[in-house]
Ligand binder design. Structure first.
Ligand code: UDP
Length: 378
């Protein structure tokens, strides 16, 4: 089938993935209709000013844009001014506060020592459990950092976050976080890091603001409508596209409890609560995401993680063995579905950072453009 300038491309979902494909195709001359089931764009990156305090709030939890990918950074920077923002996280464990990721300061504070980098490494070597091929989160943690660091910072938090024993989780989850032997307390190590000045929703709105793009809010794209379009890009849950015919893939969802305070309540953007007996995983004080703004009052979110029910917003794909098997079957179905491309965190059921979603969406759009025979030259 030939697709020309006026042909219809539908995109299900107005998060980073959907918006990136929409923009790229619109700029290449395609007419694009983006369907979004919620009443706002930007998916789980959605930001909105809190009515009481005026603080820009990350409605679905903290989102920090960071990447090493220059093309991704240049692309997203076309649609917002990024303010300098360097994310740090404080870990609250056993009645003390520490720097996270684990760095030399964390190690020295926990072991009440004054190690140099080499001494700290040598000390951890005496504590770690040798394991050539760690097969799960716990084995990976014990092999990297030993019992005390693992029990203090990771075991309780991970149980709360993922709702299962860390031995049931893949080692790859821990690989997201570095272990440092210097005093660097930046959470991310990427070259480019920043916060969109007017929030993520404004960024995505600007990305979608193009004469060839129509955005339809409050409207879930129905998979049965896919045949009516020349091509569909589906960024919703892959299992929903197939009406859950093989079962539901597991997700964690988050609940947020809003708290108000005056001035600076916790002194940082994100404080993780690592102890198993504290029911929340972390508290986010949103004003710290916009250090260039001044606000007298403060709004904080206590964040709780639980298994997602059918009507809950999916956040983290669980990807345990049951899900891996089911996912493989859904991916087979997806590959056999012509005219539909599945992408993004939900569309591929992967734990993707924003920059990776954008990169994959850029590549997906390029691939699509390359494989189309154009009716009408631009
Ligand atoms: N983690 C932990 N304690 C912490 C922070 C993270 O145990 O204080 C674990 C947890 O299992 C988490 C993983 O490390 O899922 C990766 O951390 P990251 O900050 O990348 O998780 P995110 O907040 O993006 O889910």
């Amino acid at each position: 089938m030939k697709i020309g300038q006026n042909s219809g491309v539908a995109i299900a979902g107005a998060g980073f993935s959907g918006a990136t494909v929409a923009r790229r195709l619109a700029e290449a001359g395609y007419r694009v209709t983006v369907f979004e089931s919620r009443d706002h764009v930007a998916g789980n990156c959605h930001t909105v000013r809190d009515a009481q305090t005026g603080v820009m709030v990350h409605e679905y939890g903290p989102h920090i844009f960071h990447t090493n990918d220059r093309a991704v950074w240049d692309f997203v920077s076309r649609f917002t001014r990024f303010e300098t923002y360097r994310h740090t996280v404080v870990a609250n464990a056993g009645g003390h506060t520490y720097a996270l990721p684990i760095n030399l300061g964390t190690i020295n504070q926990l072991f009440k020592r004054n190690f140099s980098p080499a001494e700290a490494k040598a000390h951890l070597d005496t504590l770690t459990h040798a394991c050539e091929m760690p097969e799960n989160f716990e084995e990976q943690a014990l092999a990297l950092m030993g019992e005390e660091i693992y029990r203090t910072f990771f075991e309780g938090y991970t149980r709360k976050q993922w709702g299962c024993d860390p031995t049931h989780l893949p080692a790859s989850i821990l690989k997201r976080m570095p272990l440092r032997f210097d005093y660097n307390c930046r959470y991310f190590s990427h070259q480019y890091e920043g916060m969109p000045r007017d929030g993520y929703t404004a960024l995505i709105e600007t990305m979608l603001d193009h004469p060839n793009i129509e955005v339809v809010l409050n409207t879930a794209f129905s998979a049965t409508d896919a045949v009516r379009w020349d091509h569909v890009f589906w960024t919703g849950p892959i299992d929903r596209f197939f009406d859950y015919r093989l079962g539901r893939l597991g997700y964690r969802t988050l609940d947020f409890e809003r708290i108000y305070g005056e001035g600076d309540v916790q002194g940082c953007a994100v404080m993780n609560y690592c102890d198993a007996d504290v029911p929340w995983t972390r508290i986010t004080e949103h004003k710290h995401f916009a250090p260039w703004e001044t606000h007298k009052n403060s709004v904080l979110f206590r964040e709780y993680s639980r298994a997602a029910g059918p009507d809950d917003i999916p956040f983290y794909p669980i990807r345990l063995v049951r899900e891996q098997d089911m996912l493989r079957q859904y991916v087979d179905l997806a590959q056999a579905t012509s005219g539909v491309t599945f992408l993004g965190r939900l569309g591929t059921y992967r734990y993707l950072d924003m920059d990776v979603s954008v990169r994959e969406a850029m590549d997906t759009a390029e691939q699509f453009l390359l494989t189309q025979v154009r009716d009408t030259p631009l």
